[in-house]
Design a protein around this ligand. Sequence first.
Ligand SMILES: NC(=O)c1ccc[n+]([C@@H]2O[C@H](COP(=O)([O-])OP(=O)(O)OC[C@H]3O[C@@H](n4cnc5c(N)ncnc54)[C@H](O)[C@@H]3O)[C@@H](O)[C@H]2O)c1
Length: 414
Amino acid sequence: MKSLRLGFIGAGFIAKFQAIAMKQVRNCEISAIYDHTGAAELAKFVKENALGEPKIIDSITEMCSHCDAIAIFAPNYVRLEIMEKIADAVKKGAPLKGVICEKPLGRTVEEAEKMVQLAKDANLLTSYFENQLHMNAINNALHQLQPQQEAMGNFTLARSTEEHAGPHNGWFWDPTQQGGGVLSDMGCHSIAVARHILTPAGKPTTFLEPVAMQCDTSLLKWGQPKYREKLKEKFGVDYSKTPAEDFVTGIVTFKNPETGQLVKGQFTNSWMYDKQGLRLWMDAIGPGYAMEVNSLVSPLEIFVGDEAADSVADAETALEKSTASRGLLAVHHNEADFYGYTTELQDAVESFLKGKDAFLDFEYGAEVTWLVQAAYMAAEQGKTLDLTDETVKNELKTYRSLIAQGKGAEVLFS
Ligand SMILES: NC(=O)c1ccc[n+]([C@@H]2O[C@H](COP(=O)([O-])OP(=O)(O)OC[C@H]3O[C@@H](n4cnc5c(N)ncnc54)[C@H](O)[C@@H]3O)[C@@H](O)[C@H]2O)c1
């Protein structure tokens, strides 16, 4: 196999972004797209950009015979049923080699573990898509600071944030469909990337042992009557009845199993970040050295004055989730690469072509889900959770947060 034929299930926001990333990735093509909203438009983009000649197919079983790997880019609430159909098709003889799944792997620990099991039972290679661990800006900084880490000791604190003014589709806002609010949606990125930065070079992704979790979930903007009305109008979601958090912050403590040293990852995520658009901000401190990444500081900026503002075409082509189209604007000329999408896709393609799992497999994805759910539990209980406690570990196996159950009022309005 020289080129990996990919099938996309889901043709919305992330599928389009991944197709843009694919323009910079070798040895792959899109051979099938699942027949759902957006499929025809995505197929047109794929053909126009010579990324493949995709067939639009309305059966997952048939898709599994038409590609080498399937990428699940559909909403969180349909993950498991899609994975069940894929596993079933493979067990019945479909020649599929691998499966890719966007974050989060599951809305609960139970769901994520089922995803792992289904892939294992069907003997499929896996790739969990967590783009931030593939960000060249982060990995470059870690590479540059490797001599300092070796001489002085590793990073002791990593702070990571992903923030914007709110998601683009109704299902993200509905905690019963999405699995929670901004913690489930973006906390998974920030917790994972903080751990990655703290992990000593050359050690596996799960080398650092999580020992404690502190977390606070709150509803700062979208629970106010004026903004609740806006959500109802635009997305049909009622935050007076089923609210989700639009702000979260927490600290996860890890132990280095070789030295016993404790290090901390502080994560902050919001859907009420009313600045230019999406901001990724990571900084980390070690003894005598530091690093910082801020996606709103770009080498490229444009200016649009009031007089010229009416003719702005599409602010989102400048920056994901942008909120303004005039003034001094931060612009990313290659967002797909900056966010790590190209590198994660290249890694999945190369790994699958070599017959192995990607750098981040489904088991890793399940571990991230576990940490996110531990954060919900810590916030609900209002205390630092001991992640080494067997009772806590047992509770997490079947835990579903009150927010995800649609009972967010009990935690967010008190
Ligand atoms: N890594 C990132 O930065 C990032 C960014 C955005 C989204 N995501 C993840 O990607 C996934 C999709 O998000 P999105 O923003 O593209 O959502 P979206 O709502 O924009 O698109 C969802 C797509 O799935 C399709 N779909 C809906 N129900 C389906 C079903 N039952 N079977 C098959 N397809 C179905 C829709 O038609 C649509 O094409 C989510 O899990 C989200 O968490 C990741």
